[in-house]
Design a protein around this ligand. Sequence first.
Ligand code: PDD
Length: 284
Amino acid sequence: MSSQLVYLNGEYLPLDQAKVSVLDRGFIFGDGVYEVIPAYGSKALRFEHHMQRLQNSLDAVRISNPLTNDQWLEIINKLIAATDSQDQYIYLHVTRGVASRDHQFPEDTHPTVFVMSNVLNPVDSKLLEKGISAVTLDDIRWQHCNIKAIALLPNILLRQQAVENNAKEAILIRDGHMTEGAASNVFIVKDGVIKTPPKDNKLLPGITRDLVVELAHSHKIPVEETTITEDEFLDADEIWLTSSTKEILPVTRINTQEVGNGKPGVVWKDMFQKYQDYKQSLRG
Ligand code: PDD
């Protein structure tokens, strides 16, 4: 693990030699943004979409993008080639850089860039057979959840609370509406129609989410991007979570009740297969 090759500020080096200053604003303030990109058959999934979201996050926090898309791709491909697995996930991270501690933006500071790639293990087949448990919790986060910020303390506290309640994910409720999970987007199915909340400042515009919506459209499966009340959510026939590392996970238990008949639903099974086919097409 320590000999794993990573990229830090222009250099490729073993993980245990990659060091940043304790004055890095990422360390001091959580002042930075990140991306997680899955790769199948050594090819990054939806690279351009991830780069566009990175650019949007950087613009929102006013850090200038230190690299071009070609430079990002070169780094990513080099790290993928150095990791012994067909399926990987790339973590990349940009902070405002190193400066003496002061809340306002420093002048003349270069962003810190860190990139690593790890083996992406297949999702545990038991979770796919049985589904997972989730709990609903109050969405205690800020007003800019569309930014993929490295400051994740609320998400961490929410996920931990879910785990301490024997659940795998916290599904968040804000002003009576379901927003997303602590580290995932959320879909429901009701009477054969797939629904997920629209993209706005209350949730991260997930790349997996968008792919699922696109797959539904292209296969003529009814799908709506629409607000979902807490009551509607709790009354769903199916609930799914989506993320780059967990793909599409069925939720079969919410709080103390079963979702539908307590088993992964038929619409999920169909979409899960379509997602696998899409991945397979990348592997070529
Ligand atoms: N998280 N919403 C939140 C709050 C997330 O943290 C994530 C993913 C998603 C799903 O986005 P995507 O489909 O682009 O992965 C939604 C990543 C995987 C993480 O923090 O590790």
